[in-house]
Design a protein around this ligand. Structure first.
Ligand code: HEM
Ligand code: HEM
Length: 420
């Protein structure tokens, strides 16, 4: 059996590439679609989701590696000539589909890998010894959503191409009864030279194939939109995470209003950040509340005051696990949309503490927030951090150990306020 192609027949190397990649693509596609149907509510659901996506991604990367090798091999090889060169439209269609399939073999796994590489709050791991994320990729929700949209549109295009391709192969086998299928199948050995005929312009099929993918990717980016990102990424919602970039400073919801029993001067927050970090799997996931409201009184002479913090939970952005974090298993934002923290401020050791009560998810627990305070004329800058135990608020009760989500939630706050 010859290794290389001739103008009459495919060699075993091309055939092996063809059938191995075909089987892997079809299996990967089926597993990707199956994974999308899996639930992600309990620990064992999530473990199954992890495993399923790991298998999916690993098969996909295998396709990518084999496709690159296949293309390098194909460049060095003659291609068996069409058996009916006079049927110009049919030949052009067949060739275009072949070129488009070659593109698809790269675009499909690459878009998946780029989605995986840029996803905050990701991921089911690729089972292989090299790096997980493509070097140089930004970890960014919007970039990741764009690749997700490309990945999800690409499989439809690839599936349509495969259907056309298989229909063509079957037509050759059943209607034309020619050697097209058997020369890829490997049974024909002594094939006659295909008849001579008109040549298609060399760039026609490759250009058409590129046009198909250009249209598909443009549609994906146009249609995909940002809404797609968190809601349609169950895998990323349920998986271990890499740190998301802490985003730009956010404006508190509204100007501070006087507290009824205010003691000391009132301070109005000018800008600030309120962030949380949770550990999923072994990696931290960091997020921000875009909207919150703090009413602060503080007397620099007595170093005492009060704070009343109100946080609309829906303003949380926690990478692609946002909706899971807000859902009924965790913060229950539907039933308890606002979390509050009412505390007294006093000096302690070489800093300050705010000691009081936090309400979250319908539960209440004491919380102490140590913070540093700098006051220059009428501007105060504070930075603080505290650690909450999610079990105190019955958050994530279904996740009774730390294998999926850690018990500790770190809260970071920094703000600048001016004296009124
Ligand atoms: C031959 C290669 C591949 C094929 C045919 C394929 C196919 C699919 C399909 C059919 C889905 C379901 C899409 C939907 O429900 O609309 C999917 C989802 C997904 N695939 Fe792939 N895939 C491939 C490679 C990869 C690779 C290499 C990765 C990552 C390293 C990957 C990551 C994902 C992820 C994360 C999802 C979930 C959807 C999302 O969050 O964007 N895929 N894939
Ligand atoms: C995921 C699936 C598949 C992919 C990505 C794929 C891809 C390709 C590509 C790129 C070629 C062109 C090879 C070349 O000349 O360089 C080809 C040829 C061929 N494929 Fe597939 N294929 C797939 C599945 C199938 C299946 C399921 C069949 C059979 C029913 C099939 C039958 C053929 C045949 C007969 C040829 C030779 C065509 C000719 O000589 O003109 N392929 N395939």
């Amino acid at each position: 059996m010859q290794a290389g192609n001739t103008t009459r027949n495919y060699g075993w190397v091309t055939r092996s590439f063809h059938w191995t990649i075909a089987i892997l693509i079809l299996t990967g596609m089926a597993i990707g679609l199956y994974a999308e149907t899996l639930p992600s509510s309990t620990d064992s659901d999530i473990a199954q989701l992890f495993t399923t996506y790991s298998v999916h991604k690993t098969i996909g990367i295998a396709v990518l590696v084999l496709a690159v090798l296949r293309i390098l091999w194909a460049i060095t090889q003659p291609r068996p000539a069409p058996l009916h060169p006079n049927r110009r439209a049919e030949t052009l269609l067949g060739e275009t589909v072949h070129w488009a399939l070659y593109c698809g073999m790269i675009i499909m796994p690459l878009s998946g890998w780029l989605r995986h590489s840029s996803a905050p709050g990701e991921f089911a791991r690729i089972v292989w010894p090299f790096g997980q994320r493509l070097p140089g990729m930004p970890v960014d929700e919007i970039v990741s959503a764009a690749f997700s949209a490309i990945h999800k549109t690409s499989w439809l295009v690839l599936a349509a191409l495969i259907l056309l391709h298989v229909a063509g192969a079957l037509k050759h086998a059943l209607i034309d009864r020619d050697a097209t299928l058997s020369r890829m199948g490997g049974r024909s050995t002594d094939l006659p030279e295909p008849p001579a005929g008109p040549h298609l312009p060399a760039f026609a099929a490759p250009l058409l194939a590129l046009a198909i993918w250009a249209v598909a990717i443009s549609l994906a980016l146009g249609i995909g939109g940002e809404d797609d990102a968190p809601a349609t990424a169950p895998v990323e919602q349920a998986q271990s995470a890499a740190p998301a970039e802490a985003t730009a400073a956010t404006e508190p919801a509204s100007e501070a209003q006087p507290v009824a029993e205010a003691t000391g001067p009132l301070w109005a927050v000018q800008q600030g950040n309120l962030g949380i970090t949770v550990v999923q799997g072994n990696s931290p996931v960091t997020g921000q509340f875009a909207d919150w409201d703090a009413e602060i009184t503080y007397d620099p002479d007595t170093q005492t005051g009060q704070v009343s913090l109100s946080i609309p939970l829906e303003s949380l952005s926690l990478g692609s696990v946002t909706s899971t974090a807000l859902g009924p298993d965790f913060m229950k934002a539907g039933d308890h949309p606002i979390s509050t923290f009412e505390a007294d401020i006093r000096a302690e050791a070489d800093g300050h503490i705010a000691e009081g009560t936090m309400t979250l998810a319908g539960a209440e627990a004491p919380v102490t927030l140590p913070f540093d305070l700098q006051i220059e004329s009428d501007t105060a800058t504070m930075t603080g951090q505290t650690a909450l135990d999610r079990r105190d608020f019955d958050v994530g009760a279904g996740y009774a150990d730390e294998s999926t989500v850690g018990f500790t939630v770190t809260v970071d706050v920094d703000l600048t306020a001016t004296r009124q």
